[in-house]
Write a protein that binds this ligand. Sequence first.
Ligand code: HEM
Ligand code: HEM
Length: 172
Amino acid sequence: MKMSVTKFDRLARVFHWVSAVVILWATFSGLFLAAVKVEREWQVLISGFNVSLTTVFIPIFFGRVVHALRKKKPSYQGSLNALQAKCAHCVHVSMYLLIMLIIVSGVLMMRHEFQVFGIVNIAPLLKDVWLCELFSQIHHYASYILAVLIIVHISAVVWHHYTGKPILKRML
Ligand code: HEM
Ligand code: HEM
């Protein structure tokens, strides 16, 4: 007999996949730019695009957090044991907190005025160079930790999928 799956509601699923695309891109393209020497024009283009994209993402992420806090998560119906459910919960909460930290530090590390897709100009919030540098370091290390958690998260979903636990279907 086929096991029926309780899914996240439609809005939660849309929020998840929009966030997944933005965060996967921003994290791995950002880490790539920091690790590999690319031509100056590409560096400027990608990093300008990333700053615009992640700024537009801020209200979307805020909406996602509010929605996650208001709605109860669908039950695992025995597909995960209590320990696995606790681990999944810890990883999810850590990802939410890290994304918040990365967004806040990203905005606060900006030393100069920046543009959002050439439409809106945003002035720097902090003047102190030392503080901006501190937030830049926080942004850097928090995005490393997030990258590790994303890999753990995706590996867990794939592992559950191939061991017959339909966790992925909860988000489809
Ligand atoms: C979802 C949110 C975000 C993610 C996942 C993210 C991720 C990253 C990553 C991985 C890096 C490279 C870190 C390094 O190795 O130094 C980076 C750099 C940077 N981020 Fe973010 N970021 C986010 C939001 C923001 C926001 C909101 C801003 C500012 C408005 C911002 C501004 C920057 C800047 C200026 C850099 C320096 C390098 C560059 O210009 O590309 N980020 N970000
Ligand atoms: C291909 C990539 C991804 C896949 C296949 C995937 C899959 C899933 C699945 C199946 C769930 C439900 C898990 C459960 O019910 O326990 C989930 C939840 C979650 N995912 Fe992903 N995910 C992906 C990428 C990401 C990324 C990049 C992030 C952001 C860092 C992310 C953040 C989350 C969070 C925070 C939850 C918990 C949702 C909640 O309970 O409010 N996911 N994901």
